[in-house]
Design a protein around this ligand. Structure first.
Ligand SMILES: [Zn+2]
Length: 307
């Protein structure tokens, strides 16, 4: 349970309630023997949705789909949902949020959220990275040291090779490369590089899902017969991306491959009727999809995990 402002102030020694800041939103549910905590690292507002989603469509087409779905047509909210999987023997962090770099914008609150539900950063045994974009990796370092000092790390082999390759210098990927060198490369000695089907811990498997980035992974979790797929950035808007998976997305590095992967992964999730956690879905970022004539309909979770 998230603490109230007063309780939080008491535990942090911030006695002046006027300056105490509420902890970030957190949401917990059970999946078999696992407890999953989703933390809202933050959210921001981005103008002109058609420039990000459906960049190969007319603005009017994108605006029409937004309006049909009761959403504003001139801006959208992007939110960030790193998560903690507590298996009973491992505490696994999946993606880390913006870290300190995001704090001036009210982002980068993942580690604070982890602590607000009673975990200590030292207890984290594994940090699993779906891909190496800043909103997923910048929280690896806190005040110049490892944010999760006792953890081992896993990410995709193709992903790591892509971002650390000298060939990125002088390309649009150079800024991303700098952030990988600053935040990921320092942990290379403690890092395992994953291929399709590799196991992270018992019951948690990596699947290749390229397109958004070249070596993007999704994680398939199974515990006592219950399943969850952590889809990372395979789809990044619950209407524009899931509803129209073929539309081009500005953030997808290989747009055609990303659309192919989006259809493949969500076809599987729809056919198996299993829940997924999508890093940029509206908080708490967990839901289901049903296949429709055009794309997928997103159904946010309600009490499915409580019974
Ligand atoms: Zn992202």
């Amino acid at each position: 349970m998230p603490m109230t402002g007063a309780a939080y102030a008491a535990t942090t020694g911030e006695n002046d309630i006027m300056t105490a800041v509420l902890p970030p939103d957190t949401h917990q549910f059970k999946l078999g023997a696992c407890t999953i905590t989703v933390v809202k690292d933050g959210a921001n507002v981005i103008d002109n949705p058609w420039e990000t989603f459906g960049s190969n469509q007319t603005p009017e087409t994108v605006q029409k789909l937004l309006a049909q779905n009761f959403l504003p047509t001139d801006k959208f909210v992007n939110s960030y949902a790193p998560a903690i999987i507590d298996t009973g023997s491992d505490i696994i962090v999946v993606d880390t949020g913006f870290g300190a770099a995001g704090r001036p914008r009210g982002l980068g609150r993942f580690r604070e959220g982890l602590q607000s539900v009673g975990y200590k950063p030292e207890q984290v045994t594994v940090v699993a990275l779906t891909h190496l974009h800043g909103d997923h990796i910048n929280g690896l370092i806190e005040e110049g040291a490892a944010a999760f000092p006792n953890a081992r790390y896993v990410t995709g082999e193709i992903e790591y090779e892509f971002w650390t390759d000298k060939a990125r210098e002088g390309t649009p990927a150079e800024a991303g490369q700098k952030s990988v060198f600053a935040n990921v490369v320092p942990f290379v000695e403690k890092m395992t590089f994953l291929k399709e089907g590799d196991q992270i811990v018992s019951g948690m498997t990596a699947m290749l899902a390229p397109g958004h980035t070249p070596g993007h992974l999704v994680f398939h979790l199974e515990s006592q017969g219950k399943q969850l797929v952590m889809t990372g950035d395979v789809a990044n808007h619950y209407i524009l991306s899931l509803g129209r998976p073929d539309w081009e997305v500005r953030f997808d590095m290989d747009k055609a491959q990303a659309a192919k992967t989006r259809n493949r992964i969500f076809d599987m999730i729809a056919a198996d009727r299993i829940p997924f956690l999508g890093f940029h879905m509206p908080f708490p970022a967990v839901g289901f999809v049903e296949k429709q004539q055009l794309g997928f309909h997103y159904v946010p979770k309600t009490y499915q995990f409580d019974l």
